[in-house]
Design a protein around this ligand. Structure first.
Ligand code: NAD
Length: 495
């Protein structure tokens, strides 16, 4: 049998104890069938450790624990400041152990250590924002002008199931559990099968410091078709919050309806436009475009992957961008301090990116930089820019989820808005301009859940994030995330 923790040696020489069990009812336990799976380091292709793999019976146990915690424990009934206190403690623990958590994220996901530290920082700020909201959940008094007293209460949903992807394993864990716990729900979360480590590590910190009552937070490693599916179909789960691909989101949405009309939040894929106008500050625009596509090795749902350059600055900007992609984006060992772009998360993801490079070339686009795998172990690919693209090409339409960007030229505002909005997605968009009238006009007309202006991939815990169109339903963060984990009860009392 696999032990419930293994000693992992990180490339920087540090060793740590990695929990490997399923976290159910405040205990780390083996899975009932004792199945395990290997976790691969994307930057070395070596096995980091194995972890236990949950299946339907384990999901049943976790949901049972979460149901009991919701019904019987003080979690939902206590003074909400107790929930705030617990969440502030989790934030403190993540902050105190930030360096080791960053390293776990880097070895597990492949992202550069500087990206991982940024994730830890945002995770801490997010959970503090939700902690601060836990005791500030208000209802309304509704004046109806008749002899009734009407008020609303904001109540938790019950057991919520959460399913997260591999591109931001820690951040997604925190984005999901923060608002769910702040509003008094109990949680069963499934991590991604390629990145289960940081969620287990943080769960161990929570266990060691006795932060939450048993059953309030349960964390399962496992695969979508077993664990994810069992959670989605479970009759006692009241909501599924999912982040992942649009294809999986559609399956989940349908199953949520068919099982017990679960509430759903879906944070799905994207193909976000980034528009640079002639009047932009070009140095700042270049920084935003680079952050928009090469941050986190391009594995970002809201990556600015379609670049639109206005004709007056097209040649000048493109030259500078290609030069930067070739010479200043250091790709390689993610543990090196000056690495900007680490490894792609898996061989499958790398193959998908290389396949899209071939598709783009076959479609007639011009490869201006990159497009090849680095000749070393690990799933590394060079920053890739395609020019001479047309709007119909698959590389312009489909989400690649890697460091690949397409570049087109435009003349007028109307033309670029039409192109930008011509997508089945609608997660984010970027504008670079110094003209406030243009900024206000274009921001209003873009069909996307977020519009970044003179910045990109720039998040704040109180600013809601979530897509239009097939990029999803509902929002993460901010007031909207709290609303998404609560339901309103109306009481109409005849006086
Ligand atoms: P994915 O859809 O393959 O998997 C996401 C999660 O769903 C994983 O935990 C997986 O195990 C699980 N899953 C798979 N099939 C399932 C099923 N049938 N039932 C239940 N669960 C199932 O996505 P991925 O490859 O892990 O992540 C990349 C995708 O996520 C990209 O499309 C990206 O745009 C999207 N994403 C979106 C956001 C956002 O906030 N909108 C953020 C990050 C990633």
């Amino acid at each position: 049998d696999l032990p419930l923790s293994t000693q992992v040696k990180l490339p920087n020489g540090v060793s740590y104890e990695q929990p490997t069990g399923l976290y159910i009812n405040n205990q780390f336990v083996p899975s009932l069938e004792k199945n395990t799976f290997e976790v691969i380091s994307p930057s070395t292709e070596e096995v980091i450790t194995s972890v236990y793999e949950s299946r339907k019976d384990d999901v049943d146990l976790a949901v049972e624990a979460a149901t009991k915690a919701f019904d019987d424990s003080p979690w939902t009934k206590a003074d909400p400041s107790q929930r705030a206190k617990a969440l502030f403690k989790i934030a403190d623990l993540i902050e105190e152990h930030g360096e080791i958590i960053s390293s776990i994220e880097t070895i597990d996901n492949g992202k550069s250590i500087s990206n991982a530290r940024g994730d830890v920082d945002l995770a801490v700020r997010c959970i503090r924002a939700h902690a601060g909201a836990a005791d500030k959940l208000f209802g309304l008094v509704v004046e109806t002008g008749d002899s009734h007293f009407n008020y609303t209460r904001r109540e938790p949903l019950g057991v919520v199931g959460q399913i997260i992807p591999w591109n931001f394993p820690l951040l997604m864990f925190v984005w999901k559990i923060g608002p769910a716990l702040a509003t008094g729900n109990t949680v069963v979360l499934k991590s991604s099968e390629t990145t289960p480590l940081s969620a287990l590590y943080v769960s161990k910190l929570i266990q060691d410091h006795n932060v939450l009552p048993p059953g309030v937070l349960n964390v399962l490693s496992g695969f979508g078709k077993y664990t994810g599916n069992a959670l989605t179909e479970h009759p006692d789960v009241k909501k599924i919050a999912f982040t992942g691909s649009t294809a999986t989101g559609k399956i989940i949405y349908k199953k949520c309806a068919e099982s017990n009309v679960k509430k759903v939040t879906l944070e799905l894929g994207g193909k976000s436009p980034h528009i640079i106008f002639d009047d932009a500050n070009l140095d700042q625009a270049l920084e935003s475009v680079i952050a928009g596509i090469f941050f986190n090795s391009g594995e970002v749902c809201c990556a600015g992957s379609r670049l639109y350059l206005q004709e007056g600055i097209y040649d000048q900007f493109l030259d500078k961008f290609v030069e930067a992609a070739k010479n200043t984006i250091k790709v390689g060992d993610p543990f090196l301090e000056d690495t900007i772009q680490g490894a792609q998360n898996s061989n499958q993801q790398l193959e998908k990116i290389l396949q899209y490079v071939k598709i783009g070339t076959d479609e007639g686009a011009t490869l201006l930089s990159g497009g090849v795998r680095l000749p070393q172990k690990g799933f590394f690919v060079e920053p890739t820019i395609f020019g001479d693209v047309t709007e119909e090409m698959r590389i312009v339409k489909e989400e690649i989820f890697g460091p690949v960007i397409t570049v087109s030229k435009f003349k007028t505002v109307d033309e670029v808005i039409k192109k930008a909005n011509d997508s089945e997605y609608g997660l984010a968009a970027g504008i670079q301009s110094t003209n406030i009238d243009r900024i206000m006009d274009v921001s209003r007309r873009l069909k996307s859940g977020t519009v970044w202006v003179n910045t990109y991939n720039d998040f704040h815990p109180m600013v809601p994030f979530g897509g239009y169109n097939q990029s999803g339903i509902g929002k993460e963060m901010g007031e909207e995330a709290l609303a998404a984990y609560s339901q309103i009860k109306a009481v109409r009392l005849k006086l």
